[in-house]
Design a protein. Structure first.
Length: 261
C-alpha cells in the first residue's frame, strides 16, 4: 500500500523548475498518488497536461473563493467549463471551492457564496466529489452545505482548521475531513483534539503544498514528501501505526475519489 497526497498544487510556479524531483522525492517515501487541485479555470490546461505526463497524478477543476470577484458576472461560463472539464478521465473532483472571509468585503462575500453554490450544484450534476475550502466562514459554509445537501453530494473539508461544529456537520452529511501540516503546529492543540474524534473511515491526509509545511519544515516551501511528518502526528493522535493510517486514508481516498480507482 502507498500514501496519497489528497490535496496539493503541483502545477504552481513554485515547482516548475523541479517538478520531477518533487514527485520522485515523495515516491521514495511511499507517497505514490497525488491530487493536484485547481484554483481557477486558467490553470486547467496546465493541470490536464500535468496529468498526461504522470499517470499517478490526478486533478480537479474549480474556482477558489479568492477569485470570486475577478469572475464578475461570468458564472455561466464557469459552470459550462467545469461541466466540460469534468468529463476528462483525469479530472476527479470539483474545487477547490468554498468561502474565505479572511480578506474582503460584504460584496466579495456575496460573490463567494454565489460561486460556492454554483460549484456545489456542479458537483451534484457531474457526480464528482467537491473539495471545500473554508476560512473564517464557518457559519455560511454550514448554511450552504445544509442548503445543498442531497444524496448526490459528496466531498471533503480540505485542510481542516475550523471549529468542531463544521467538522460534525460535514460528517453528518457524509463528507470526509482532511488533515494538513497544521496539526503539527504547537498552537493547534484544539485542532488535534478534533481530529482525535474524526472516524478513521472519514479521514484524509494532505499537504496543501506549497503551503503549510509541517513541523519541522515549517516556514519552508511545502512538498508532498513532507506529508510523512503529518502522518506520524496523525497516527499518534489516532493511536494507530503509521502503516494503519496509510492504508485507511488511501482506501478512503479511492472511496471518495472513485474515478481515480
Amino acid at each position: 500500500m502507498f500514501f496519497v497526497d489528497s490535496h496539493c498544487h503541483l502545477n504552481f510556479p513554485d515547482y516548475q523548475a523541479e517538478q520531477n524531483k518533487i514527485i520522485e522525492d515523495a515516491e521514495k517515501l511511499g507517497i505514490k498518488r497525488f491530487l493536484s487541485v485547481g484554483t481557477k479555470l486558467e490553470e486547467l490546461p496546465d493541470l490536464i497536461a500535468l496529468t498526461r505526463r504522470y499517470d499517478h497524478v490526478f486533478a480537479s477543476v474549480g474556482v477558489h473563493p479568492e477569485y470570486a470577484t475577478e469572475q464578475g458576472d461570468n458564472f455561466l461560463f464557469i459552470r459550462e467549463n467545469i461541466n466540460k472539464a469534468a468529463k476528462d478521465p483525469k479530472i476527479i473532483a470539483i474545487g477547490e471551492a468554498g468561502l474565505d472571509y479572511h480578506y474582503g468585503t460584504k460584496e466579495t462575500r456575496e460573490a463567494q457564496k454565489e460561486l460556492f453554490r454554483l460549484q456545489l450544484k456542479a458537483a451534484k450534476q457531474t457526480g464528482l466529489p467537491i473539495i471545500i475550502h473554508s476560512r473564517e466562514a464557518e457559519e455560511d459554509t454550514i448554511s450552504l452545505l445544509q442548503e445543498e445537501t442531497s444524496s448526490d453530494l459528496r466531498g471533503v473539508l480540505h485542510c481542516f482548521s475550523s471549529h468542531r461544529e463544521l467538522a460534525q456537520v460535514g460528517l453528518d452529511i457524509g463528507f470526509y475531513v482532511s488533515a494538513s501540516g497544521i496539526i503539527t503546529f504547537k498552537s493547534a492543540e484544539e485542532l488535534r483534539d478534533i481530529f482525535k474524534d474524526i472516524p478513521m473511515d472519514r479521514l484524509l491526509i494532505e499537504t496543501d503544498a506549497p503551503f503549510l509545511a509541517p513541523v519541522p519544515f515549517r516556514g519552508r516551501r511545502n512538498e508532498p514528501a513532507f506529508m510523512i511528518k503529518t502522518a506520524e502526528v496523525l497516527a499518534d493522535l489516532k493511536k494507530v501505526s503509521t502503516d494503519q493510517l496509510r492504508d485507511q486514508t488511501t482506501q478512503n481516498f479511492f472511496t471518495l475519489f472513485s474515478k481515480a480507482a
